[in-house]
Design a binder for this molecule. Structure first.
Ligand code: AHG
Ligand code: MN
Ligand code: MN
Length: 311
C-alpha cells in the first residue's frame, strides 16, 4: 500500500478518522451525564433538527482532520458547503459524523460513516462512488467497531484501551440469511416493485422466494450494515412517493457510497434498484438516493422486482 502515494495518504486520513472516532466514543459514553441530549434548536442544510451530539461529532471530526496535509476538502452532513482544508491537498474526506442520531436518547447503536476520494478542486467532490480510495464506518454499540476497506478486502477492528485492534480480516457477506430490513411504516409510499418484493419476503417458505424471512430495523444504518456483514441479509431504504422529490432518504456521498463500497468489496450487492450505487453521478454534495444493499443474491432478487419502475 505504501508504494501507492494516493493510498498511503488515504491511510493517513483513516488514522485521523479513527482517532476522531475514538474521541467521539468517549464523549458518547457519558453524554447523558454531560447534558448532551435532546435537540440543539438548530437545523442542518437538509432541514433536519440537529442534536448537540451531531454538532459535537462534526466538530471532533473536523478538528482531528484539519491538520492533515492530504485533505483538500471536507464534506459533512452537518455543513452546508464543502470546507476547504489543506492548500495543495489531493483528497476529499466526506462524512456523516453521527448516523442514526434519533437513537441517541434511547442508548441504541449510532455511528460515523466516511468516504475518501481523490479531490483537488471542489468539482472533484462530485464523482461517482467507484472512485473511492477508502471507506469505512464506526458503530458505537456494546463495542466500538470500525469497519474499513481500501477496495480490496474489508476488515473489522474493535476499540480497546490502546486503540483499534484487528478482529476480523477479509469479511465476506454470508449468502443465505433470509432477513430483511426496511421501515415498513412507509409501505403506502412504496412503488409496486418494492411492495411486491416485501410481500414475497413475508410469504416465507410458501412464497416465490422460498424462504421464511425474519425482519430487523434498528434505525441506524451503521448497525444494519454491521449485521449484514456479520450474518447476511438485505437492507432497503428505497426512494418512495414521498421522498422521491428529494431523490430518497439517505445521502449519496457520505452514506450510500461508503456503505456501497464496503458491501460490494465484501462480496455483496449495492443498488439504487436501477443502477449500481457506485455508478451514480452526483449532482450535489448533499444529494439523496435510493439505497438497497446486502447479500448479492438477495439484492439481485430485489432488482428483478423494481427493474421496470423506470425512475
Ligand atoms: P442520520 O441520523 O444521519 O440522519 O441518518 C439516519 C438514517 C439511517 O441511519 C437510518 O437507516 C435511517 O435514517 C432511519 O430512518 P427512519 O427514521 O425512517 O427509520
Ligand atoms: Mn446518517
Ligand atoms: Mn448524521
Amino acid at each position: 500500500m505504501a508504494t501507492n502515494p494516493k493510498l498511503a495518504a488515504a491511510a493517513a486520513i483513516v488514522a485521523d478518522v479513527a482517532a476522531a472516532s475514538a474521541e467521539l466514543a468517549q464523549v458518547l459514553r457519558t453524554a447523558p451525564i454531560a447534558g448532551l441530549s435532546g435537540t440543539a434548536g438548530t437545523t442542518n442544510v437538509q432541514g433536519e433538527a440537529q442534536k448537540p451530539l451531531d454538532i459535537e461529532a462534526n466538530r471532533i471530526f473536523l478538528e482531528r482532520c484539519r491538520a492533515n496535509p492530504a485533505i483538500a476538502w471536507a464534506v459533512s452532513e452537518e455543513e452546508d458547503h464543502p470546507i476547504r482544508l489543506a492548500e495543495g491537498g489531493t483528497h476529499g474526506l466526506l462524512f456523516d459524523p453521527l448516523d442514526g442520531s434519533s437513537n441517541l436518547d434511547v442508548n441504541v447503536t449510532v455511528g460515523s460513516i466516511f468516504s475518501i476520494i481523490p479531490a483537488t478542486t471542489e468539482v472533484d467532490l462530485l464523482q461517482p462512488g467507484s472512485v473511492q480510495l477508502a471507506a469505512g464506518f464506526v458503530a458505537y454499540g456494546p463495542a466500538t467497531s470500525l469497519v474499513l476497506t481500501f477496495g480490496q478486502t474489508v476488515e473489522l477492528f474493535v476499540l480497546s484501551g490502546s486503540g483499534f485492534e484487528l478482529v476480523q480480516a477479509d469479511i465476506r457477506i454470508p449468502e443465505d440469511m433470509p432477513e430483511f430490513s426496511i421501515n415498513t411504516s412507509r409501505e403506502r409510499f412504496w412503488n409496486e416493485g418494492t411492495r411486491g418484493y416485501i410481500r414475497d419476503c413475508l410469504a416465507g417458505e410458501l412464497g416465490p422466494l422460498g424462504q421464511r424471512y425474519n425482519m430487523r430495523w434498528v434505525g441506524s444504518m451503521v448497525a444494519e450494515v454491521l449485521r449484514i456483514l456479520s450474518r447476511g441479509g438485505i437492507f432497503l431504504y428505497p426512494s418512495d412517493s414521498e421522498t422521491a422529490k428529494r431523490g430518497g432518504r439517505l445521502r449519496l456521498l457520505y452514506e450510500a457510497n461508503p456503505m456501497g463500497l464496503i458491501v460490494k468489496t465484501a462480496g455483496g450487492g449495492a443498488t439504487t434498484g436501477q443502477l449500481d450505487l457506485l455508478d451514480v453521478p452526483p449532482s450535489d454534495i448533499h444529494q439523496r438516493i435510493s439505497v438497497v444493499l446486502g447479500s448479492k443474491r438477495q439484492v439481485g432478487e430485489y432488482v428483478g422486482y423494481v427493474v421496470d419502475e423506470g425512475r
